[in-house]
Design a binder for this molecule. Structure first.
Ligand code: GLN
Length: 489
């Protein structure tokens, strides 16, 4: 195999090539290094990487393991032993992870090589990766546009063939939305399906780890290897882990599948290109034999509001640990303990993180707790119930991932509310704990002359119905050509 072709392979295809000895694990790292040198200065998906370490791991790799010798990119929010884990924040400057996150350890045990630190919005707060304190990442399809967020580096790395696959985290859409904007597959599993141990917590009742991949099959491969009970995360569930790859076998059409189309999801603010792509995708699914049924998710309109109460409340508690005493940045020459805390946190956190800590502290404070936090939890229950009711009638829901294709860098940074609305179609799944996947579903040819911008199609399924979710997404992918298009880099 020619080295130039290697970076474009899917995980499944790379595994086959490695086992057939068409290339060696060291060739893979060399090919990736060459691609990184050429393309990453334009995209800036990676904050750092260790090619020497990766070559050493590759030299010792066993290609008979499920992911033997395959490098997997890591969002800067996941602990990988011996590597920096900074959450793209100055407050974690200098911190080196002393252990592997469970998801990382499981991939490592399967032979994978955790590779590089991928850019993100600071502490996963944002939808464009512009809240990173380590610089911006560019969309591989148009460098003037955002890659989405918060896992923008992960999405851009896979979209630009700078990674075969990458991990990210999704609290309100941070895997699915950037995957949509960069033209790759992004899966948020059911809450509890993958252990969160070693994932730096943002909002613990919403956070899930998931893969960014070039194909749905790769998503199934990675999910199967990471899923399952972990004694280190009490919210991980010990339901047996199905063979997700086997669930895709033989799937050719959608006969017998009931797909719900939420009537509340074609809102004002959604671009004509996205509406057109989703309508076309729905018609395509219908031709494949799916029965399309209109469903109602009446409480969706409250999802963004509820999310910004629940998520900020949890974040304000989770981020209290960054105090400069135990790790990361520490203010110099404090006059006392309070001055130490105040200056360390004032210097270490960026503006969006501070805004969320203040908001979260407010909604939890006595006198406001009942009006905001408690009420938000009640509405969260209503949002969950909407999905339970819809899933009595349908197997899965189909809808847009994002209301628009990639927006311009800087276009929304001045208005946090505009930025928050980027997640209008993804947030409800986190509040309900259900799985969702974004797959390439078309292009917007109108926003950027000569530069088609990917559009994501989202499927949502009941909790722990990933096999079915992946199967539906796989059939859609395999009967369309969107995923085969690559950006001109
Ligand atoms: N964009 C949303 C936020 O800013 C979601 C982020 C995420 O899923 N981590 O909070």
């Amino acid at each position: 195999m020619s080295p130039q072709d290697i970076p474009f392979l899917s995980v499944g295809a790379l595994r086959t090539a490695l086992r057939a000895r068409e290339c060696s694990p060291v060739d893979v790292i060399d090919a990736l290094a060459a691609r990184l040198e050429k393309v990453d200065p334009k995209v800036r998906a990676y904050l750092s990487h260790d090619l020497t370490g990766a070559r050493q791991a590759a030299a010792a790799a066993d290609v008979n393991l499920p992911l033997g010798g395959i490098p997997i990119g890591m969002k800067d929010v996941l602990n990988v032993k011996g590597q920096p884990c900074g959450c793209a924040s100055h407050i974690l400057d200098g911190y080196i992870a002393p252990y592997d996150a469970t998801a990382v350890a499981r991939l490592r045990a399967a032979g994978a090589i955790p590779f590089g630190r991928l850019n993100m919005d600071e502490f996963a707060m944002g939808s464009s990766t512009e809240n990173s304190s380590k610089g911006i990442t560019h969309n591989p399809w148009d460098f003037d546009r955002v890659p989405g967020g918060s896992s923008g580096g992960s999405a851009a790395s896979v979209g630009a063939d700078l990674a075969f696959a990458a991990l990210g985290s999704d609290t309100g859409g941070s895997i699915r939305q950037p995957a949509a904007l960069c033209g790759c597959v992004g899966l948020k599993p059911t809450y509890g399906r993958i252990s969160r141990y070693g994932l730096v917590a943002f909002a613990s009742s919403l956070d899930q780890i998931g893969p960014f991949t070039k194909t749905v099959e790769d998503s199934a491969i990675l999910l199967g290897l990471m899923a399952g009970k972990d004694p280190m995360d009490s919210t991980s569930v010990d339901d047996p882990v199905p063979d997700y790859v086997a669930a895709l076998a033989g799937a050719k059409d959608l006969r017998g599948v009931k797909l719900g189309l939420p009537k509340e999801y074609f809102i004002e603010g959604i671009t004509p290109a996205v509406t057109k792509a989703v309508r076309a995708a729905v018609a395509h699914c219908e031709r494949l034999g799916a029965e399309i049924i209109e469903v109602s998710l009446p409480h969706t309109e409250y999802a963004v509001g509820v999310y910004y109460i629940v998520a900020t409340a949890e974040a304000s508690a989770n981020l209290a640990r960054f105090d400069g005493v135990r790790y990361g940045h520490r203010a110099t020459d404090p006059t006392g303990l309070l001055d130490h805390y105040m200056r360390t946190r004032a210097e270490g956190f960026g503006p969006e993180v501070k805004r969320r800590i203040i908001l979260g502290t407010h909604v939890l404070s006595s006198g406001y707790h009942d009006a905001y936090y408690l009420r938000a939890q009640k509405v969260r229950t209503l949002i969950r119930r909407d999905f339970f009711q819809a899933f009595e009638k349908v197997d899965a829901i189909v809808c847009p991932t994002s209301p628009c294709a990639a927006f311009k860098l800087g276009e929304r940074t001045a208005d946090p509310l505009q930025m928050y609305l980027a997640d209008i179609f993804t947030i409800a799944a986190n509040l309900a704990g259900i799985p969702g996947i974004s797959v390439p579903g078309g292009f917007d040819e109108t926003l950027s002359p000569g530069k088609p911008l990917p559009i994501g199609l989202q499927f949502l399924a009941p909790a722990f119905a990933e096999s079915n979710l992946l199967r539906i997404a796989h059939v859609y992918e395999q009967t369309t050509e969107w995923h085969q298009k690559r950006p001109a880099l």
